[in-house]
Design a protein around this ligand. Sequence first.
Ligand code: GLY
Ligand code: MN
Ligand code: MN
Length: 438
Amino acid sequence: MKFRKEEYRNRRIQFMKMVGEGNIAILNAAPEVKRNGSDNHYPYRQDSDFYYLTGFNEPQAIAIFIPGREEGEFILFNREHDPETAVWQGPMAGQSGACEHFGADQSFPFTVADEKIPSLIEGCKRLYYSIGRDMSFNRLILKWFNKVQSAQRSGGAAPSELLNIEAILHEMRLIKSPYEIECMRKAGEISAQAHIDAMKACRPGMREYELEAYLQYGFTKGGSRSPAYPHIVGSGANSCILHYSQNDDVVEDGDVVLIDAGAEYENYASDITRTFPANGRFSPEQRAVYQAVLNTQLAVIDAIKPGVLWQKLQEISEEFILNELIKIGILSGDPQALITQRAWHRFYLHRFGHWLGLDVHDVGAYKVKGQWRALEPGMVLTVEPGIYIPAHSKDVEERWWNIGVRIEDDVLVTGSGCEVLSAKAPKTIEAIEGLMAR
Ligand code: GLY
Ligand code: MN
Ligand code: MN
């Protein structure tokens, strides 16, 4: 996709308004990943905050924002273009690329950052950075701060306030721009198609990782360069393990298969879960549990619109799951007592969803000034209720055991309601059985 220079420029303008003139914000790029002492290079994934403001995808970089600074407000320290490294790793932007392509006002070699940054900090009142996130970078910031502080006798002035950049940046990231929504819609479409491919390919006797291969192929074929998180392919008993990732069991006839997998597109995540019968036909018990989860998921999605409080959606999901569990006979007794005991919790033990964006569990506060946040247009969240009934669940007949069902979609809050970005992945019983019919 063509680099959206304007998009990043607009984000920086909005961000710098919040930083304010006379202040400074400093961000660093993610490190390169090396494993087991190897000198192999793994695919690079930029730090999401850094990427959000710069679109710059190289390691060894520091971005500095000083609103109102005459010589330039956006300063990038990045690697010099080195023809010898480029032979091994491909081209790098260098200083001219940083300015021309990425819109930096000034760019300096990364190697002079340590020497130059104190003079940029000097005279600024507030210093914004990601407090506590990366300890070695935090130490560097404090080293630069001390350097300015100790030069005060010769006239320099150190910032009087150190502030967490996340408080302003993560609020911005919570509301997605039309371009971000476009990327997330595409991520949802790629993932939905890969889920369809895996469902169609499923046969009892396969290993779970064979289904994973369909997901990975579908993602890459669709234009995604990385999954947004490790694929979960859990059949039978494994469908009840929330963060299962071995994916190496045999899929048995009569199992349900739970796949939680999402592609990343232009660094934006999707996060989709579908559950289906390994042999293409839900058993009566699987059908009952599946419909219970689907009814719950549809009820939560139906409630999503601007103004609705985050916790209200949690309450709807719990109320529905409880009633559905009573309806299908897994729970019984006085409904009021079941509510007091939070009786659903042993079968539905996670929350209904989370924010989604550049990160799969995306940034943004769920409470503002102690109150649950109200939804606003442009927010994207997942809706992912589930019911998990592991073997030997107390007071549950054996016919229900080893059924784990989660249904997860990615939902954009619009002006009047919502749009399901992952809608192309089928989820009614008829649609799934139709797709798998053979
Ligand atoms: N796949 C991670 C999640 O659903 O939150
Ligand atoms: Mn999720
Ligand atoms: Mn998920």
